[in-house]
Design a protein. Structure first.
Lengths: 658, 73
């Protein structure tokens, strides 16, 4: 039988780096049932046999205050499947006392244990040294010095683990309670720290260090009231810019690639309903899944670097006060900031928030941040219906409006988060107690693995839901189909083809295709719903065409420009100039223009606040573990969007601005 | 005197904690209990949270939690 070994340790001690060094590329990941704590397992090749190494979440205690800690305790006690055969505990030589506090709990679980003593270089830098042999004698188990980031000590660690497995001798800690109220008694905690000090007394040596360490000098700047904030603004600006700038070309390339490949694969299939399903349902659906991958990859590339080098904790430290007022903490800063690019990676990154209530709250407000998919609506509406005028000779009012739309989501998020924290996830504010680890160079293997893992997980979980939704939406827009109408268009096509070929004929055919598409959409289930829902959208100043466009963009707001093109018979999104003219020319039944400033504003505010993104809802379902959170997000955002759009519409009319 | 009242750069020794909350248990587990040396390094831009040296590492905590820690200069 293959032995199972659990790897446990404090956060920021190089546990993931060690895990990667021991298991190489041979890894699997997943989630513990019922909680959003992920597990990683890999094969560790020992001298005589292979073992299964299970990487437990980093934690400071096994007293089960958090889901992470509950999982650590559950696994080590054999409540989450068979109990591991042995334990590999990693400790930070540069901060031994607090690490030995946790180790004392681990040893009290009485599993055969090997201790990996990591970060000896940082300890030396701080003027500390720990003698592994002396510590091993004091602890009664094998202690192996390693330098995980340089892959040093790995062989010795494997040999020590092999010997420990052969002996199968349980380790012993101080024998204090590890569970229930007794574990949290001040006497127990003090007892463990005293045990830690006593175990270290012979093995540790300290010498005075002169001057400030490099890490401390860096920290002095990066957490400074002025320079720290300035550095953070610049850094976040760069991160944010890269999500846009680096992702966009790759996204466009992927989009082209998917459609090219789709076209190639579908060529042998005869035109008809199957081909349409495959082309517009499956291929387009896959395109809409893959399009998120570059943004997720870029964002997690930065998050992994920021976390690994120690900056993530500093950004939380700097921003905490702002978020504390609405019941969140500095940990929510990066997830919410990333949501301005796209809520999908933003919500995935809430995994860095330890407190579950805070994490859920951040998840619920993340989609309010104006993502890049809203920009096309803003730009086309502003370009068509908002005159360019300098305000106070300083700023173009169109730029100001665009800024206001971006700010709107943020401003609305404040009371929403506050209310959610107060009524839905009531309870004490999340405990903001975070370690500010020493700065270090990021480990590139850890970073690249994190990026790959996040992309793979997105594709396999949320991706499948998004694909399914894409197919359903295609079907709603394509069915039911009226044979008589289709026959009529076929007859017209035949008539055009009968005429002499030339430029006029090509243009006529193109227009006929657009008209046929438009006609089919109008008479599909989606078109029918657009007509049926008009009374609900009338207070927003919308007619059935705008209603249908908004309805069709509920699964993905970025399709709105293309849908408007189809509805207004102006062709797809490739012809924005024509669409602008069509929108400006559109009339209501009474002959007045369909769009004016009030209608444009109401449509923009609606798009700013509405949850028109099936992918976001799929990711919320996935990450919260319950579809109810997605349903709530959809409901509250749609309500706010409707109220906001109605308010701006009537306000604009009342002010006589239209 | 409590930890949140220390000036930036001031060194002190923990005398005890106001018990009875999860926060207090957490603080103790993180190494803040009777006899631990602590030093406030600095405060975040709006005066909260604090960056504190606890033993061999640095911890960030809010004023509310820091107020649970009684210290002596």
């Amino acid at each position: 039988m293959k032995a199972t070994i659990a790897l446990a340790g404090n956060p920021n001690v190089g546990k993931t780096t060690l895990f990667n060094a021991l298991t190489g590329l041979n890894q699997r990941t997943g989630n513990y049932p019922g909680v959003t704590v992920s597990w990683h397992a890999g094969t560790w090749i020992l001298p005589d046999s292979d073992a299964e190494l299970l990487d437990l979440p980093g934690s400071y205690s096994i007293a089960a205050h958090s889901p992470d800690e509950a999982v650590v305790q559950g696994v080590l006690r054999g409540l989450e499947g068979p109990r591991p055969d042995a334990l590999l505990a990693i400790i930070d030589a540069s901060n031994p006392e607090r690490n030995l506090y946790f180790l004392s709990q681990l040893l009290d679980l009485e599993l055969p244990t090997v201790v990996a003593l990591n970060m000896g270089d940082v300890a030396r830098d701080k003027g500390m040294a720990i003698d592994a042999a002396t510590l091993a004698r004091a602890l009664g188990c094998r202690v192996v010095p390693v330098q995980a980031n340089r892959r040093e000590g790995i062989q010795a660690l494997s040999e020590a683990m092999q010997d420990t497995l052969y002996e199968a001798k349980a380790a012993h800690g101080p024998g204090l309670p590890i569970d229930g109220p007794a574990a949290a008694e001040p006497e127990t905690i003090r007892g463990r720290y005293l045990w830690a000090r006593q175990k270290l007394v012979d093995s540790i040596s300290r010498s005075a260090v002169h001057g400030l360490r490099l890490s401390d000098r860096v920290d002095r700047i990066l957490t400074h009231k002025v320079w720290g904030v300035l550095a953070m603004v610049l850094l976040m600006g760069a991160v944010f810019q890269s999500i846009y700038a680096w992702s966009q070309p790759v996204m466009d390339l992927m989009d082209t690639g998917v459609h090219w490949l789709g076209g190639l694969l579908l060529r042998p299939i005869a035109p008809g309903i199957l081909k349409e399903l495959l082309a517009n349902g499956v291929v387009a659906g896959m395109g809409s899944v893959l399009v998120f991958v570059p943004q997720i990859a870029v964002l997690f590339f930065f998050i992994a670097i920021l976390e690994d080098c120690g900056y993530m904790a500093r950004s939380a430290f700097l921003m905490d006060r702002l978020f504390a007022r609405i019941g969140l903490s500095g940990r929510s800063f990066i997830p919410l900031l990333s949501s301005f690019a796209c809520a999908v990676p933003g919500i995935l990154s809430t995994r860095t928030i330890a407190d579950r209530k805070e994490r859920l709250t951040a998840m619920l407000v993340a989609p309010l941040m104006s993502c890049s998919a809203r920009l096309p609506v803003y730009t086309i509406m502003i370009a068509c219906f908002v005159p360019g005028r300098m305000l106070l000779g300083l700023v173009d009012q169109r730029a100001l409006l665009l800024f206001a739309l971006y700010a709107l989501g943020l401003v609305v998020a404040v009371p929403v988060a506050w209310l959610v924290r107060k009524y839905m996830h009531a309870g004490a504010a999340p405990l903001f107690l975070i370690e500010l680890p020493g700065y270090k160079w990021p480990d590139w293997r850890t970073v690249s693995r994190r990026v790959l893992e996040q992309c793979r997980e997105f594709l396999s979980t949320a991706g499948t839901i998004i694909l399914a939704v894409g197919i359903v939406v295609w079907a709603l827009g394509a069915f039911p189909r009226d044979q008589a109408r289709m026959a009529a268009f076929d007859a017209q096509r035949a008539a055009i083809l009968a005429a002499p070929a030339g430029l006029t004929q090509t243009a006529a055919l193109k227009q006929l295709d657009i008209d046929a598409q438009s006609d089919r959409l109008n008479h599909s289930a989606l078109g029918w719903a657009g007509h049926a829902i008009v009374p609900a959208f009338a207070p927003l100043g919308w007619d059935w065409r705008i209603s249908m466009a908004a309805l069709a963009s509920f699964p993905a707001r970025e399709v709105v420009v293309g849908t408007l093109g189809t509805i207004f018979h102006s062709g797809g999104e490739n012809d924005e100039g024509r669409l602008r003219d069509a929108l400006k020319d559109a009339k209501r039944e009474d002959g007045t223009p369909l769009f004016n400033l009030a209608v444009a504003l109401s449509l923009m505010v609606f798009f700013a606040l509405c949850a028109q993104c099936a992918s976001t809802l799929a990711v919320i379902t996935r990450e919260s573990g319950h579809w109810g959170y997605a349903a709530f997000t959809f409901f509250y955002m749609t309500t706010l969007a409707w109220l906001g759009a109605a308010a701006i519409y009537h306000l604009t009319l009342w002010l006589g601005l239209s | 005197m409590t930890l949140d009242k220390l000036k930036d750069g001031q060194q002190a020794t923990v005398q005890g904690l106001t018990l009875g909350s999860t926060a207090a248990v957490r603080l103790m587990e993180m190494g803040l209990f009777e006899g631990s040396p602590v030093r406030v390094l600095r405060r975040a831009p709006m005066g909260d949270p604090l960056e504190v040296q606890v033993g061999d590492y640095r911890l960030s905590l809010r004023k509310d939690e820091a107020a649970l820690v009684r210290v002596q200069l």
